[in-house]
Design a protein around this ligand. Structure first.
Ligand code: GLC
Length: 747
C-alpha cells in the first residue's frame, strides 16, 4: 500500500516537474511569438532605433557627444534605451515620450549601480575582501530593489574583470586577482541583482562586464591593448563571465580593449564564437560607451560606417553612445554589406528582454513614486550596508594586540586627511546624491564613544599636497592622547575608470605624517581608505595596527568604529596581492614557477629574483588577521590515490584558540606539480568562512574531484592530467597551515 503511495507521489512529482519545465518553455515560446509579431511591424529604421542607446544629460559617465533633441529622437523611435536617467518621475516622463512613437515600444533605462543605488555599499573590491558570498548577493539584492523601485530596469554590473595590476584604477570595481573567487562572486552578484528573475518588480537586468580581459591592459593603463595567450584567456579571464552567464545574466557589456589586436567590440571570436555560440547566450550585448566608434582610433575601422558593419557582424547588439548604428546600418543593409538577419537577431534579443521585464504590458510598472519612497534609503538597507562594510575590512597588522580599543581610553587623537571625510567614503562609481549622508570615521567614533572619550582631531595634511604646515597641530594632539587613530589613503576619485597610476604609493606626504606621529612614541593605529592596493612600506613596518578599509559607503564610519572597538571582529582577507613596489607589478599569488625558482627572498644567486627588491609581496592574496587566533590540525584525506571518477574527502580541525569569537576564511589551494602546460605554484580551489566561538573547534570538510584538477590544455580542452598534486590549506596564500600530497591516477 505504502509502496503504491510513494510511486504515486513520485509520479505526481515527475508530472509537476515536466509541467513546470514545459510551462517555462511555453512562456518562452509565447514571448518569442510576441517578439516576432512586433518585429514584423517594424520598419528598418525602427529596428535600428532599438539598437541605439543615448545617455541622459544629468550624470554622464563618458565623453559627451550631445544631440540637439534626444526626446524628439525618442518620439521618432530612434532609441531603444537610455542610460543615466533615474527616478520614478524622471523615467516615467521619458517613457511617456516613447509611448508617442508609432509602435510604442518601451525604452530600457540603464544605470551603473555598481555598489548600491541610494544606500551606498562598499566598493566591489572591498566586498570581495569579505569572501562572504551570501552577504555580497544580499548587497546586490538591496541595490537591485532600490534601483528597480526608481524606474530603472538594468544595472551595468557586475564588473567581473580579473585584476592583477593595481596600477589599473578599475580594480576597485571587480573582485580582485583570483579566478575561482571572482567566479563565485560574479555568480552571487548576478543572482543578487536579478533576484527571483526578470518580470519581478524588484528585479533588474544584470550586465556582466567588460567582455573580455579588460583588466589585463598593458602597463595597467586604462583602455590599453591586451595581449595574452588563449590559454591565459580561458584559464584566468573568461571563467567569471561564464559564471555570470550561468547565473542567468540578462546582458553583457563588451570592453574597450583590443584582445590580441582585435577590439572586443568587433571581436567575432569573443562575442559570437564563445559567448553566443559555445556558451549559448540568448540575452543581448551592449557596447561600452562609444566603443564601436572607437574602433577607428584603434586602427581597426576605416571610419564609423565600417565600425558599425564590423560591430554588428561581431555580435554587438546595442550601440551605447557611439552613434555608429543609427547613421550607417540602414545604408549598410541597402548596400548588402550587412544582412538584415543580423539586425533582426539583435532587435529580437532586446525586445525579448523588454517583454520579460513586462514593459510591453505596462511601460511604467517600474516608475512608481510611492514604491520608490518606500524602498530607497530604508533603515534595513542601511543595516545591510553596515554589515557588508564590517565584513569588508581587512586587519593587516595588530602588534601587541593594539586593537581592539577599549572604551576606558580617555583621549583618542584622530588624525589624517580622511578622518572627517564623508564624500570619499562613497568610492568611485557611486550614484551621487546632493543630500547624501555618509558616515565619516570621526562621526563613527563619536557615535560609538563620543560620550565617554575625548576625541581630539587634526587633519595633519591633505591627501595629495606636500605642505607640512598641519603637522605641528597633529603632533601636539597626538602627544595628549592615549592612542592615535590615523585615516589616510586616496580620494574617492583616485581609483576607478580612467584613473590609472604609475605610482601607487600612499599619495602626497601622508607617510611623512605617519612617521611624525609615530615619533611621538604613541601607539598608532592606521586606517587606509583606498580603491586599490597601495604601497606603504614605512607604515606597514612601523604602525602598531593597520586596517585596510577601502571605501565603505554610507555606513563607513560606523563599521570602522565597530571594528576598532571589537564589536565586530574583522575577518576580511585580501582579494588582491599588495606589492612592495610598483617595480614588482604584475605580481599575483597564482604565478607560474620558473626553471630557477627562488626558495625564499634570500635565495637570489642564479635565481629568478631581483637584485634590489624581494620577490615576495608586502601582503599576500588571502592575507587578513583576526582579533582571535585559529589553530589548524588533524588533516585527513579519504585516499591519496584519486581515480578518474572518484573524489577525495578532506577534513581537518579548526579551533578558535584566542579570546574573541571570530570568523576565519579557510582557503584550500592545489598545485599540479607537472603537466603538459606548466601550472601555477598554487591555485585557490575552495574556501569556507567559519564562525567559531572562543575555544570552539569544528571539523571542516572539503571535497576534491577531477573538476578541481582540470585546466585548459594545449588544445584548449578542459581536462585533468594524471600525476602528483600538492594540497595546501591555509589562512592566506602565504600562510599555509596544513599540507599533503595525492595522485590522480589515469584510470
Ligand atoms: C563607462 C564604463 C562602463 C559603464 C559605461 C556606462 O565608460 O566603461 O563600465 O557601464 O561607460 O556608464
Amino acid at each position: 500500500m505504502i509502496k503504491n503511495k510513494i510511486t504515486a507521489i513520485l509520479f505526481l512529482g515527475f508530472v509537476l516537474q515536466i509541467n513546470s519545465v514545459s510551462a517555462q518553455k511555453r512562456a518562452v515560446d509565447r514571448i518569442d511569438l510576441k517578439v516576432d509579431s512586433v518585429l514584423k511591424l517594424m520598419t528598418l529604421d525602427e529596428k535600428i532605433g532599438q539598437l541605439n542607446q543615448y545617455t541622459g544629460d544629468r550624470d554622464a559617465t563618458g565623453p559627451i557627444t550631445n544631440s540637439p533633441n534626444k526626446l524628439k529622437e525618442v518620439r521618432d523611435g530612434k532609441l531603444g534605451s537610455m542610460l543615466n536617467v533615474r527616478g520614478a518621475k524622471e523615467t516615467r516622463a521619458v517613457q511617456e515620450v516613447a509611448m508617442q512613437s508609432r509602435l510604442k515600444i518601451p525604452l530600457l533605462f540603464g544605470l551603473d549601480v555598481v555598489h548600491g543605488y541610494r544606500v551606498t555599499f562598499p566598493i566591489p573590491l572591498a566586498e570581495a575582501a569579505s569572501w562572504d558570498l551570501a552577504e555580497m548577493e544580499n548587497a546586490a539584492r538591496v541595490a537591485g530593489r532600490e534601483t528597480a523601485a526608481s524606474g530603472i530596469h538594468w544595472t551595468f554590473a557586475p564588473m567581473v574583470d580579473i585584476g592583477r595590476d593595481p596600477r589599473w584604477g578599475r580594480v576597485m570595481e571587480g573582485a580582485g586577482e583570483d579566478t575561482y573567487l571572482g567566479s563565485k562572486i560574479a555568480y552571487a552578484r548576478v543572482k543578487g541583482f536579478q533576484g527571483k528573475g526578470l518580470g519581478n518588480l524588484d528585479a533588474v537586468m544584470a550586465c556582466v562586464k567588460h567582455f573580455a580581459a579588460y583588466g589585463a591592459a598593458i602597463a595597467g593603463r586604462d583602455y590599453a591593448a591586451v595581449d595574452m595567450s588563449e590559454n591565459a584567456l580561458w584559464e584566468y579571464y573568461l571563467p567569471p563571465f561564464k559564471a555570470g552567464l550561468d547565473a542567468g545574466a540578462a546582458t553583457f557589456m563588451n570592453s574597450f580593449n583590443t584582445l590580441n589586436g582585435v577590439p572586443a567590440t568587433g571581436n567575432n571570436y569573443l562575442q559570437r564564437d564563445i559567448l553566443k555560440g559555445k556558451w549559448g547566450f540568448d540575452g543581448f550585448m551592449v557596447s561600452d560607451w562609444g566603443s564601436i566608434g572607437e574602433m577607428v582610433a584603434h586602427g581597426f575601422s576605416k571610419d564609423k560606417k565600417q565600425a558599425a558593419e564590423q560591430a554588428i557582424k561581431a555580435g554587438s547588439d546595442m550601440d551605447m553612445e557611439s552613434r555608429s548604428y543609427l547613421p550607417y546600418l540602414a545604408q549598410l543593409v541597402k548596400e548588402n554589406k550587412v544582412d538584415i538577419a543580423l539586425i533582426d537577431d539583435a532587435v529580437k534579443r532586446i525586445l525579448r528582454k523588454k517583454f520579460e521585464l513586462g514593459l510591453f504590458d505596462d511601460p511604467y510598472r517600474f516608475s512608481d513614486v510611492t514604491r520608490q519612497e518606500k524602498e530607497i534609503n530604508s533603515a534595513a538597507n542601511k543595516q545591510a550596508s553596515l554589515r557588508m562594510a564590517e565584513k569588508s575590512i581587512v586587519l593587516l597588522k595588530n602588534n601587541k594586540q593594539t586593537l581592539p580599543l577599549t572604551k576606558s581610553l580617555k583621549k583618542i587623537a584622530v588624525i589624517g586627511p580622511l578622518a572627517k571625510s564623508e564624500k570619499d567614503m562613497q568610492g568611485f562609481w557611486s550614484v551621487s546624491w546632493q543630500n547624501d549622508k555618509l558616515i565619516s570615521l570621526y562621526e563613527g567614533l563619536q557615535n560609538k564613544v563620543g560620550k565617554q572619550t575625548e576625541l581630539l582631531y587634526a587633519k595633519g595634511c591633505e591627501i595629495t599636497d606636500t605642505s607640512k604646515t598641519g603637522f605641528a597641530e597633529a603632533i601636539a594632539i597626538a602627544k595628549q592622547a592615549d592612542v592615535v587613530v590615523m585615516a589616510v589613503g586616496e580620494a574617492y576619485d583616485m581609483s576607478g575608470e580612467a584613473k590609472s597610476k604609475a605610482n601607487i604609493h600612499l599619495p602626497g606626504i601622508q607617510e611623512d605624517l605617519i612617521r611624525a606621529i609615530k615619533a611621538t612614541g604613541k601607539s598608532v593605529v592606521v586606517l587606509i581608505m583606498a580603491g586599490r592596493p597601495l604601497v606603504f612600506n614605512y607604515t606597514a613596518d612601523n604602525a602598531d595596527a593597520i586596517l585596510y578599509t577601502w571605501w565603505l559607503g554610507s555606513e563607513a564610519g560606523n563599521a570602522m568604529a565597530n571594528v576598532l572597538y571589537g564589536d565586530y571582529n574583522p575577518a576580511g582577507k585580501l582579494p588582491m596581492t599588495f606589492p612592495r613596489d610598483e617595480g614588482q607589478i604584475p605580481i599575483y599569488y597564482n604565478h607560474l614557477s620558473t626553471g630557477r625558482p627562488a626558495k625564499n627572498d634570500q635565495d637570489t644567486r642564479y635565481r629568478s629574483a631581483y637584485l634590489d627588491m624581494q620577490n615576495s609581496p608586502k601582503f599576500a592574496f588571502g592575507h587578513g588577521l583576526s582579533y582571535t587566533t585559529f589553530d589548524y590540525a588533524d588533516l585527513k584525506l579519504s585516499t591519496k590515490e584519486l581515480s578518474q571518477q572518484a573524489k577525495i574527502n578532506i577534513s581537518f580541525t579548526l579551533k578558535n584558540t584566542g579570546k574573541f569569537d571570530g570568523e576565519e576564511v579557510v582557503q584550500l589551494y592545489l598545485q599540479d606539480k607537472f603537466a603538459s602546460i606548466t601550472r601555477p605554484v598554487k591555485e585557490l580551489k575552495d574556501f569556507q568562512k567559519v564562525m567559531l566561538k572562543q575555544g570552539e573547534s569544528k571539523t571542516i570538510n572539503f571535497v576534491i574531484d577531477k573538476e578541481k584538477l582540470s585546466f585548459y590544455n594545449q588544445k584548449l580542452e578542459w581536462a585533468a592530467e594524471p600525476g602528483d598534486f600538492k594540497l595546501m590549506i591555509g589562512t592566506a596564500s602565504d600562510q599555509i597551515k596544513l599540507e599533503s600530497e595525492f595522485v590522480l591516477k589515469d584510470e
